[in-house]
Design a protein around this ligand. Structure first.
Ligand code: SAM
Length: 244
């Protein structure tokens, strides 16, 4: 895991103090260890975990300056991308959100305290927290949670005007962006650019969406309503379901 992480950091041109690299590695190892008894990730190979979890998360360091910013990770799962980013940039004010209590409890009571990493924990559905934490964050990041049109409705309400939503996507990024263009506009966003990284032989895309206006109060709607009538309807190419 260490060799793959170090080689990848060099390729991505990310410089980190050795003690932060060690802490990122300890977190990666803790995820794989806990994965033996709790369903956290489909990836069990340490080198693959270094690429697909650690380096993919850390690539966000190259997208926007994170120092001192508040960042919400929506659908963090086992802590990606939020936790590696907080370790790499300790001044980041990190909040982790997920509806799965078991994973959140592990992060909150075991994994992060053992590493001395601080974060806020929002356990519940993004659609519900969007009411109480509306337009409170400089940045929102999300990976592998939903198709982009639905994800924008879950994430953009949390971003304050002037902030950014960073959607981490794979090979379908361009197609999803096309499909979500109506949703982005309706929710007060504006597509700015795509940052691309080659990690483990595949292209990883980060769609950078600027929050240029307020999100109308009626969004986000319930998950059932979002799925039934996505904001992109009309320009939709095909329904790919909610997970990625
Ligand atoms: N982001 C992590 C990663 O890339 O490894 C986890 C991805 S996992 C496939 C998707 C996670 O999103 C799950 O932990 C699930 O509980 C969470 N999730 C999906 N929809 C959600 C919602 N509406 N509100 C909160 N969490 C949600």
């Amino acid at each position: 895991m260490k060799q793959t992480l170090l080689a990848g950091l060099e390729r991505l041109n990310i410089e980190l103090p050795p003690e932060r690299v060690e802490t990122v590695l300890r977190f990666g190892e803790a995820v794989l260890e806990k994965n033996k008894v709790m369903n956290l990730t489909a990836i069990t190979d340490p080198a693959q975990a270094a690429e697909l979890h650690l380096l993919d998360s850390l690539s966000l360091l190259k997208v926007l300056p994170l120092a001192g910013k508040s960042l919400l990770d929506v659908g963090t799962g086992a802590g990606f991308p939020g936790v590696p980013l907080k370790i790499a940039e300790p001044s980041l004010r990190l909040s982790l959100l997920d509806s799965l209590q078991k994973r959140m409890r592990w992060l909150e009571t075991e994994a992060l305290p053992e590493l001395g990493v601080e974060a806020r924990f929002l356990t519940g559905r993004a659609e519900d927290f969007a009411r109480t934490h509306r337009e409170k964050f400089d940045l929102v990041a999300s990976r592998a949670v939903a198709r982009l049109d639905l994800l924008c409705e879950l994430c953009l309400p949390f971003v304050h005007k002037g902030g950014y939503f960073l959607a981490m996507k794979g090979a379908l990024a361009r197609e999803e962006l096309h499909e979500a263009s109506n949703a982005i506009r309706l929710l007060g966003g504006s597509y700015e650019r795509t940052a691309e990284f080659e990690i483990g032989g595949a292209v990883h895309s980060v769609l950078v969406i600027h929050k240029t206006g307020r999100t109308p109060e009626q969004y986000p709607r319930s998950w059932a309503r979002m799925k039934q009538k996505p904001l992109s309807q009309g320009s939709r190419i095909k329904d790919q379901g909610s997970g990625t």
